[in-house]
Design a protein around this ligand. Structure first.
Ligand SMILES: N[C@@H](CCC(=O)N[C@@H](CS)C(=O)NCC(=O)O)C(=O)O
Length: 210
């Protein structure tokens, strides 16, 4: 039986939970308590030496420790609805936007949050090595994150979803990004009407509560 290592409040595993909900797939789940640093303990290190969630353990005991790999695997087992694209161009655009959302959006927001939160002192980066916070990265992260949200707003002025006229993994990643941004008080600005229109639509899907 497959097994999903989750942490309910964390943004990364939520991307997989939404993906599974859209597919109508349920997988037995184990909660990993990031709050008490369970991810750094010997038991979880044996599961994922990178000390991060989500992890999908397969029937044969092997483990997938990256969101994109997990989603790719689920899509292969349960092709419908297609969340990773129907043809070469759609697949490529979804991967492209997913990468931008991770590198330009989520990474900037993680930089803000992790360098600004008391409970994250010496945990400025995920993983087994402790790194001290660098306060200057908080403001830099805000500038980067807001620039990317403005860019996404512009993109959504001529596109119903992130890629074309269908909900995909790119929308899941962007939805989780917008909700994670609130943790650092980065909010959708009033004049970002296209981003707001899209956000209202995707956050009203039942999968958004996953
Ligand atoms: N490479 C992973 C990164 C996942 C990740 O960063 N997960 C965070 C939770 S949102 C984590 O496990 N953090 C552990 C920590 O803060 O020590 C992926 O994209 O799948």
């Amino acid at each position: 039986m497959m097994k999903f290592y989750d942490c309910q409040p964390a943004p990364s595993p939520r991307r997989v939970r939404i993906f599974l909900h859209e597919k109508g797939v349920e997988i037995p789940t184990v909660q990993v308590d990031l709050g008490s640093k369970e991810q750094l303990g010997d038991d979880f290190r044996a599961v994922n030496p990178d000390c991060t969630v989500p992890v999908l353990e397969l029937e044969d005991g092997s483990r997938l420790t990256e969101i994109l790999a997990i989603c790719h695997y689920i899509e292969a087992l349960h092709p419908e609805p297609r969340l990773l694209g129907r043809d070469a161009k759609e697949q490529a655009l979804i991967l492209m936007w997913n990468a931008k959302i991770e590198q330009l959006g989520l990474a900037a927001l993680a930089e803000m949050f992790r360098n600004n939160t008391r409970g994250m002192r010496s945990r400025a980066l995920t993983g087994p090595i402790d790194f001290e916070q660098i306060p200057a990265l908080v403001e830099r992260g805000r500038v980067r994150a807001e620039a990317f949200l403005a860019r996404l707003n512009e993109h959504l002025s001529s596109s119903e979803f992130i890629v074309g006229d269908r909900f995909t993994l790119a929308d899941i990643s962007a939805l989780v990004m917008i909700d994670f941004a609130k943790w650092s008080n980065v909010l959708i600005q009033e004049h970002w009407v296209h981003l707001q229109r899209w956000y209202d639509e995707v956050s009203n899907r039942s999968s958004a509560s996953a």
